[in-house]
Design a protein. Structure first.
Length: 183
């Protein structure tokens, strides 16, 4: 598996990662490219690399919509006949689409509708995320694959009788999170 990413780090300084070279880790490889658009995560070098190397892969799994690098990556995959999955990450939620509404409507009409229509499937992590997603009139194949957590290794950990759990995520119905309270 190969992961392509940028050195973007939100509004902070770029991540300190080797640029345009493979980093091998746990059986996969990561290739990081320089981000040229601040928080909007865009790398012409990443897109050039994908254009040249797309034929070496069987499928692409693209995260997020309304993101310039992801949007162009989907277009390249389509042009190169590389099947791709899109993971919306909540960007198709009607509440999220209200943020910068006019801009997103234009962006969807010009770019994301074609990306949605060309995707082999949309990867949602919950049924609610899939049911509420606005697909802008495009019929899609939906895969609901929750984010997996293998709890088997936890049985080998010597936990105190009353463990304190730190949950690092946003609790929201659409995430299909299960919140456990240990007494």
């Amino acid at each position: 598996m190969t992961i392509l990413t940028t050195d973007a780090n939100g509004d902070r300084a770029s991540l300190n990662l080797p640029i345009d070279q493979f980093i091998k880790q746990d059986g996969y490889q990561i290739r990081c490219f320089h981000n040229v658009m601040g928080r909007y995560k865009f790398s012409i070098d990443l897109l050039r690399w994908l254009f040249v190397h797309a034929s070496e892969f069987d499928v692409a799994h693209i995260h997020a919509l309304f993101s310039p690098v992801s949007s162009v990556a989907a277009a390249i995959a389509r042009q190169q006949k590389l099947p791709y999955l899109l993971r919306p990450l909540g960007t198709l939620d009607p509440a999220d689409l209200q943020k910068k509404r006019v801009l997103k409507q234009i962006y969807a009409r010009l770019i994301e509708r074609s990306n949605l229509a060309g995707a082999a499937a949309l990867h949602f992590t919950s049924l609610q995320e899939a049911e509420t997603a606005d697909r802008f009139g495009v019929t899609t194949r939906d895969w609901i694959l929750p984010i997996g957590v293998d709890l088997a290794p936890a049985t080998a950990i010597d936990l105190p009788p009353r463990p304190i759990v730190l949950f690092l995520s946003r609790i929201d119905r659409k995430k299909d999170s299960i919140c456990c309270c240990l007494l």
